[in-house]
Design a protein around this ligand. Structure first.
Ligand SMILES: Cc1ncc(C[n+]2csc(CCOP(=O)(O)OP(=O)(O)O)c2C)c(N)n1
Ligand code: SF4
Ligand SMILES: [Mg+2]
Length: 283
């Protein structure tokens, strides 16, 4: 029997503020899972700390609500230990670009087969409105009463130079396109990063209306294998492009680990090696 949205919901009622952009992202993700017929029992959702970090409570999957900025390395560990699982990782602009920003290039280098959903509301929502790495310059926030004086981060060019094998930007204001992108990201063999612009309505920096004016879909003839063109589009100043910026196939962490295991086994020429022997070899 075909699964429905309910099959991907934990049944816990979200505590997000009414109108929060995270509701739309959750709905789009669950719809993508219905469409792909993903098995909930073969899925793990790992999230960081933040309002976006609550995702793991609301998904019907194995779930782990980890520590601030550490969702990505936790997800890498989950995939390395259980390669058969669909691994979803969710975090905010603070979680993923601030405290946790240093983990993304390593997930990219390893090309871990997981999907990272980074929800950018340009503010620290959970902790009540401090500036984040993407808060616009001059905006007054709880931590910048005279206005933000640092330049906001433009993350898509950074992700392109990290060599992430699937990079997209989207928003719940483009629900159909966002769901389609999430489907492609989950189906991608390798590290897929879906950057989602979604408003925090309680400490608003971007609004649904503002996003409508700000976002433009990449042109139909856009070639997502052209990294230099992707950089150009990511640096566009007149609009913020959405769609799949870059997509390439390359070996994943799982491919490389399996190859390494085969190499190690061949070098031991069939010799049996117990865990006890291995532990004793370190003493
Ligand atoms: C090590 C550590 N530092 C700081 C915090 C406090 N803290 C919790 S969530 C958060 C920022 C959340 O912002 P973001 O990642 O953008 O998520 P949002 O709430 O906007 O979805 C901070 C600073 C923490 N929990 N742990
Ligand atoms: S504080 Fe902002 S991000 Fe957090 S639940 Fe409320 S609207 Fe959403
Ligand atoms: Mg945020």
């Amino acid at each position: 029997m075909k699964r429905t949205l309910q099959d991907y919901s934990s049944g816990i009622k979200p505590v997000w503020c009414p109108g929060c952009g995270d509701y739309g992202v959750l709905r789009g993700l669950q719809q993508a899972m219905v469409d792909l017929d993903i098995v909930p029992e073969e899925t793990i959702t790992i999230s960081g700390i933040g309002c976006s970090g609550r995702f793991s409570h609301y998904m019907n999957s194995y779930n782990l609500h980890g520590t601030h900025g550490r969702a990505v390395p936790t997800a890498i560990g989950a995939k390395a230990a259980r390669p058969e699982l669909t691994v979803l990782c969710v975090g905010g602009d603070g979680d993923g670009l601030g405290i946790g920003g240093g983990h993304i290039p390593h997930a990219a280098r390893k090309n871990v087969d997981m999907t990272y959903i980074l929800i950018d509301n340009r503010i620290y929502g959970l902790t009540k409105g401090q500036s984040s790495p993407t808060t616009p310059i001059d905006l007054q926030t709880k931590t910048a009463p005279y206005g933000v004086y640092e330049e906001p981060m433009n993350a898509i060019p950074i992700f392109l130079t990290y060599g992430i094998s699937f990079i997209a930007r989207t928003s719940p204001i483009q629900m159909g396109a966002m769901t389609e992108i999430l489907k492609q990201a989950i189906s991608h063999k390798g590290f897929s990063l879906v950057y989602i612009m979604a408003p925090c309505v309680t400490f608003p920096v971007v609004t649904f209306k503002g996003l409508k004016d700000m976002l433009t879909e990449l042109p139909e003839d856009y070639d997502p294998t052209d990294r230099m063109r992707a950089l150009e589009m990511a640096y566009a100043e007149d609009t913020m492009y959405t769609g799949i910026f870059y997509k390439v196939n390359k070996p994943t962490l799982e491919d490389n680990l399996q190859a390494m295991i085969r190499k190690a086994c061949a070098s031991r020429k069939g010799e049996k090696f117990t865990v006890k022997q291995m532990l004793e070899s370190y003493t």
